[in-house]
Write a protein that binds this ligand. Structure first.
Ligand code: MUC
Ligand code: MG
Length: 367
């Protein structure tokens, strides 16, 4: 079965509540729906979320690179030739969200063609994942209220708190309010999105030592090589590399350089094919992994769940799977649900993504 066409459809769905963090903020899901068509009529689907503040991609750049570079490279290749497709995509540097959406749509077609869920093709370890919710910047009482609502309505008990503001006491205060407001039974961890210097981060971690935080993600930039190593060496909780470790080479650099202890895997930026490499490499090096969230919509979240449920180590911790709840709408005919703090993978051929064509017509930006 050969690839005949790759569609890149820009769409925009507003958030009911923007997500704010140290490197940026998201008000609208201005994503790109990617569809890989084949000569047997099967079509694979995934979405690419542009995150210019992290990877430099925009909605327009994703559409352009797919239409002008990636589609011409891969049309005509057998859809099962995942390595060949990856090779062709990797001839172009960067553009991780565009490449990943194509990769995951290709896996979707393969799953459909053999009548199996992609999660089973990948590893098939479990059918569900616990959910962690990302709490963005706001006044401490609003952050606590949001977490309380997530716990009451969806049963979520793990929260990733965005930090990285100046002065760092703002975030210390917010984390303390969350711990006091939610009690000892919830898991709290923090993500700085490179907002602090290593010395600020060290002081902030010390000030939060009594809060039982479980992980500290990307507190300062990867380019602060020596000070980041200094910080990681003294941290009493595992330091997670997120945007600093998006490729196997970067994972090696962060782990062997002593700049991180654990790795965040995001299918939105490494698809399934490269995420597998990152996962197996992390396991081989003895590093924990977290299934992260690139402020994904429901399609992207289903992709994360598909990968996260496939393996033992990716399903061990709660995955960041809930921020689509703040979108005003989405494109699936059957919305993704979180019940008792859990998301289930779809036991259908491929990824189980069925696009509501009326909604797509309403939200698409190219007509
Ligand atoms: C995260 O873990 O950093 C914020 C920006 C992005 O690309 O992902 C999010 C969450
Ligand atoms: Mg992060």
């Amino acid at each position: 079965m050969k690839i005949t066409r790759v569609e890149a459809i820009p769409f925009a769905i507003p958030y009911t509540k923007p997500l704010r963090f140290a490197s940026g903020e998201v008000h609208t899901a201005d994503h790109v729906l990617v569809r890989v068509h084949t000569d047997e009529g099967l079509v694979g689907v995934a979405e690419a979320p542009p995150r210019p503040f992290t990877y430099g991609e925009t909605q327009a750049s994703i559409v352009a690179v797919i239409e002008q570079v990636f589609a011409p490279e891969i049309v005509g290749l057998p859809v099962t030739d995942r390595e060949g497709i990856r090779d062709r995509l990797e001839r172009t540097v960067a553009n991780p969200a565009a490449k990943s959406a194509i990769d995951m749509a290709v896996w979707d077609v393969i799953g459909k063609s053999v009548g199996l869920p992609v999660t089973e093709l990948l590893g098939g370890y479990t059918d569900r994942m616990a959910v962690a919710h990302m709490v963005g910047f706001a006044a401490p009482e609003k952050m606590v209220a949001e977490a309380e609502r997530m716990r009451a309505e969806y049963g979520i008990t793990t929260f990733k708190v965005k930090v990285g503001r100046r002065p760092f006491s703002l975030d210390v205060e917010a984390c303390r309010a969350l711990r006091e407001g939610l009690g000892d039974d919830v898991e709290l961890y923090v993500d700085g999105n490179r907002g602090w210097t290593a010395s600020e981060a060290a002081r902030a971690l010390r000030a939060m030592e009594d809060l039982d935080l479980t992980l500290a993600e990307e507190l300062c930039p990867a380019d602060d090589v020596l000070s980041r190593r200094w910080l990681t060496g003294q941290s009493r909780i595992p330091v997670v590399a997120d945007e600093s470790a998006t490729t196997p080479g970067e994972v090696t650099r962060e782990l062997l350089g002593g700049s991180a202890h654990a790795i965040s895997i995001k299918t939105a930026r490494s698809g399934f094919t490269t995420s597998q490499r990152i996962l197996f490499q992390s396991e081989g090096m003895g590093a924990e992994v977290v299934m992260g969230n690139q402020v994904d919509g429901q399609i992207g979240t289903l992709c994360t769940v598909t990968f996260g449920t496939a393996y033992s180590s990716t399903s061990r911790r709660a995955g960041e799977l809930s921020n689509f709840l703040d979108m005003s709408d989405d494109l699936l005919t059957e919305p993704l649900e979180i019940v008792d703090g859990t998301v289930f993978v779809r036991q259908r051929p491929g990824l189980g993504i069925d696009i509501d064509e009326d909604k797509l017509a309403h939200y698409r930006q190219d007509r």
